[in-house]
Structures are given as structure tokens and as C-alpha cells.
Design a protein around this ligand. Structure first.
Ligand code: EPZ
Length: 433
């Protein structure tokens, strides 16, 4: 358990650069299993989900190590790989699901105990499984585990995703790279992290078109090389820093992350009264701390390019002190707003009703003990505490460190007063992703 102590009321100034995106690095690590040469991912952040992924790769017989800021993998012969994913590693993060396709392709069999993940509501994997089944995989569900086998190579298919799941699109793109013939994926997710995976695979030799649109076409069975690749910047971390300066006031530059990656969030901040200057590869955000933010916002979180679900709790943190009531609806996750209890403990008037969060605004926030319920909810509580009078103790059973290498230290560099203390007794950290 980590306790983050935040003393609110300090404006932020300076420049900050988000690390490589967690939600890109995690699938990319799984995709390296498909490559016939060594791979290196540049500037991979030191997150606990990355550590879990390295442990998972090693557990299935792959060779993956950290070299300073980079993560490097070596190719392994199929005979050296095993398709059994150990339950503690599967359950430790949602991203264990990304190993289904590469291990099925390489070894002919993969067994995945139920993947973990932030408790954002039900998170089934039916689309991953039905897509793989359409390619010829035999799917066996047994208790809480799924086993996939193939007898011969997977076959290219024309497959329509029931809904544009990011994870299922990633799974099926990887599987299609190994399948015989051409695969057409319809209703695919268009998120930048999907495009990043496609760019990585294409640089390795894969033939894929249509990324960023709902129809992807993949010609399979091309030999994939190993490459050195720089994953895209973390757009959710960029939004987190932007939310922080919105609540405290001040002026910061978020460098190294193109504004288009979080344009919906930047537009939302402008609507609230934050000044945003966009550059090609960065954004400058300024807010006069003496002026109250504008509320009256109605946000609808959905898949790209709509307002990102991961940014919904951060938007809520911004709206707590705004001058009018606002509401946020999350189309993707049934339990996105578990952080509402923490906001209320800080003195905000807000109500989470299913997928909807209603926020009264005009809160005078006061530091209090709160607990991070999940990764983005935890980051949102930290942001809200920056705007509170007095001191907040934010207890975090390990959620925040899964998405941000050291969020308190990063914010401190901008002038926030926050520090993290790790409790000596180790506790089991919850799953996320
Ligand atoms: C990814 O989760 C991200 N995680 C999430 O970020 C992010 O919130 C989400 O995409 C949406 O952008 C990772 O990349 C590791 P989905 P994923 O499949 O792939 C339903 C964070 O904080 N669904 O697009 O799990 C599902 O239940 C995390 O960084 C099915 O019904 O998201 C959900 O309601 C949290 N069947 C919706 O689709 C399936 O087979 C969207 O899920 C798959 C998904």
C-alpha cells in the first residue's frame, strides 16, 4: 500500500513530457512474440504492468529484459515456448489477454486463466474468442480458464466485431498476421494505440491497411522481422497533467504528445475556461487561479475519437469546483465512477448512478483521507486533492503506479506539494489495465 500526501492550493508551472503509452507498450510486448528477430521498445515506462508482462514473457519461455529505459526481446523457437499462462500473471492485469493470439499462433495451444483488470464493470472476452474461433481456433471454456487450440494454421476471415473493442481488435490483428490469406476486420476500434500496434507490425513486415478506420485488412503469413520501435506517448498521462493545471491554475507545457491524441479533452478544458495553445507536438495550458472554471458540461465518453473513457474521472475532478452542475455519461464501462465516493469525502456534491456521474459544482474541497478505487479514479482523486484546502492522504493499493511511473514526483516537479510513502508490509496489489 502506498500513501500519497497532497497539500492542495499550489499553482503548477513548467514543462512535462508523458512517457510511452502503457496501453501501447503492453500489446507491443505481446506482439514481439510474433517476430523472428530481436525487438527493442524505446523509452518504456517503469510500470508494474510492464514488470508483469516481462514476467509473463519469461514464464512462457521468451527472453525479455529491460536495458535502462528500453525493453528488449529475443526471438525464441516455437519449441521453446509454452502456451500455459500462469494464473497469478493472468489475473494480475487485463493485458494478459494480449498473449492469446501470439501464443496460439506460435505454439498451437494457449491456456489463459481469467484475465484481471480494473473493476470497471463486466469485462468479457467474447469478441476475442469469437474472432479467433472464426479463424479456426477451437475454444474450450473450463471454469475460469479458456483454452484455445489450432489444428493447422489459422485462416483469414471476414469478421465483424460485435462492438469496437480495443483489446479484441488488437488480438485479431495479431492473429490475422499469422493466418493464411486475407482477413478483413469490420467494426474495429480506431484508437491511436491500435494504430501504433499496426505501425509496429507493419515496420516488422506485416501487410495491414485501414488502421484508424473501422475496417482493417490484413494479409497474413508474412515473415515478421524484429525492429527497434518508439511507442506513442501516453495520451491519458498528458490529459492527467492538463487536468492538474486546470484545477490548480498556472501554466504548463505538455511536450512530446501531439494535441490530436487528446483533442476531445483539450476542447473540454477550453469549454471550462482553460487557455490552450496547440503546437505540432505539444500543448501549452494556462489558467488564471483567480477565475472559477465554467461548468454546465455534458460529456459522453465512448470509443475514439469521442471523449476517452479513461479521461472521464479526470474531467470529473476538474468539474467539482466549476460554477454550475455538469454530468458525464460513460458508454463503455458500467462502474467508471467509483471515485465519486472519494470526491464526496473531499467535500464535493456528486452522485454516481450507473454509467452517469452528476456533479453539482461550486465545491469547496477540503483535504481528507481517500482511497484509490482503480487506476484512473485514483489519478482523478490525486488531481482533485491538488485543488483542496489542507492535506489529503490518498491510499493506493497499487493502482496508480500501474499507469504512471511516479505521478506524485512528476507533479512535484511542476510545483505541486505531494509525496508518496510506501508502507513496509507488502500487500497483494490489485489487478488493473
Ligand atoms: C482498453 O481496455 C484499455 N486497456 C482501457 O484502459 C481503456 O479504458 C479501454 O481500452 C477503452 O479505451 C488496455 O489497453 C490494457 P475494450 P479493453 O475491449 O481493451 C466490452 C486504463 O486505465 N467488451 O475496448 O479491455 C467491454 O466490457 C485501462 O488504462 C466486450 O463486451 O477495452 C467494455 O464495455 C482501463 N467483449 C467495452 O467492450 C469483449 O470481448 C470496451 O472494452 C471485449 C470488450
Amino acid at each position: 500500500m502506498q500513501t500519497i500526501t497532497i497539500t492542495g492550493g499550489h499553482t503548477l508551472h513548467g514543462t512535462i513530457r508523458p512517457a510511452a503509452a502503457k496501453n501501447s507498450v503492453l500489446p507491443l510486448l505481446a506482439a514481439t512474440l510474433l517476430c523472428g528477430g530481436p525487438c527493442c521498445l524505446r523509452g518504456a515506462p517503469e510500470l508494474s504492468d510492464v514488470d508483469t508482462s516481462l514476467a509473463l514473457l519469461q514464464a512462457v519461455g521468451a527472453k525479455a529484459v529491460r536495458h535502462g529505459p528500453d525493453l528488449c526481446t529475443l526471438p525464441v523457437a516455437a519449441q521453446g515456448l509454452c502456451g500455459e499462462i500462469p494464473p497469478p500473471l493472468a489475473g494480475a492485469m487485463r493485458s494478459s489477454v494480449f498473449y492469446l493470439a501470439p501464443l496460439l499462433c506460435r505454439t498451437g495451444m494457449v491456456r489463459l486463466p481469467l484475465p484481471g483488470g480494473c473493476r470497471l464493470g463486466p469485462r468479457p472476452v467474447d469478441i476475442h474468442l469469437s474472432g479467433l474461433a472464426a479463424m479456426g481456433a477451437k475454444v474450450e471454456l473450463e471454469g475460469e480458464a479458456v483454452t484455445l487450440r489450432r489444428f493447422g494454421p489459422l485462416q483469414g476471415v471476414d469478421f465483424t466485431l460485435r462492438l469496437p473493442s480495443v483489446g479484441a481488435t488488437i488480438t485479431l490483428v495479431m492473429a490475422a498476421c499469422c493466418a493464411m490469406g486475407t482477413t478483413v476486420l469490420r467494426g474495429a476500434a480506431c484508437e491511436p494505440e491500435v494504430c501504433d500496434l499496426v505501425e509496429f507490425l507493419r515496420s516488422c513486415g506485416a501487410q495491414i491497411t485501414g488502421e484508424g478506420t473501422p475496417v482493417l485488412v490484413i494479409r497474413g503469413r508474412q515473415a515478421l522481422d524484429g525492429i527497434t520501435y518508439t511507442p506513442m506517448p501516453d495520451r491519458i498521462a498528458a490529459a492527467t497533467y492538463a487536468a492538474a493545471v486546470a484545477v490548480t491554475g498556472g501554466k504548463i507545457t505538455v511536450a512530446g504528445c501531439a494535441p490530436r491524441y487528446y483533442e476531445a479533452f483539450l476542447r473540454f478544458l477550453e469549454d471550462c475556461g482553460v487557455e490552450v495553445r496547440r503546437g505540432e507536438n505539444g500543448a501549452e495550458l494556462a489558467r488564471d487561479p483567480g477565475r472559477q472554471l465554467r461548468g454546465g458540461q455534458h460529456l459522453y465518453a465512448n470509443g475514439w475519437p469521442a471523449f476517452a473513457t479513461d479521461n472521464a474521472p479526470l474531467a470529473a475532478a476538474v468539474l467539482l469546483t466549476a460554477d454550475r452542475p455538469s454530468e458525464i455519461y460513460d458508454h463503455l464501462f458500467a462502474n467508471r465512477f467509483a471515485c465519486a465516493a472519494g470526491f464526496a469525502a473531499l467535500g464535493a456534491d456528486c452522485r454516481a448512478e450507473g454509467r452517469r456521474l452528476w456533479i453539482a459544482g461550486n465545491a469547496v474541497l477540503q483535504g481528507a483521507p481517500v482511497q484509490a478505487p482503480d487506476l484512473r479514479g485514483g489519478a482523478a482523486l490525486l488531481v482533485a486533492a491538488l485543488a483542496a484546502r489542507g492535506t489529503t492522504q490518498l491510499r493506493d493499493p497499487g493502482h496508480i503506479r500501474r499507469g504512471y511511473a511516479d505521478l506524485p514526483a512528476e507533479l512535484e516537479k511542476l510545483g505541486a506539494r505531494c509525496s508518496a510513502r510506501r508502507q513496509a508490509t507488502p500487500e497483494r496489489t490489485p489487478a488493473t489495465g
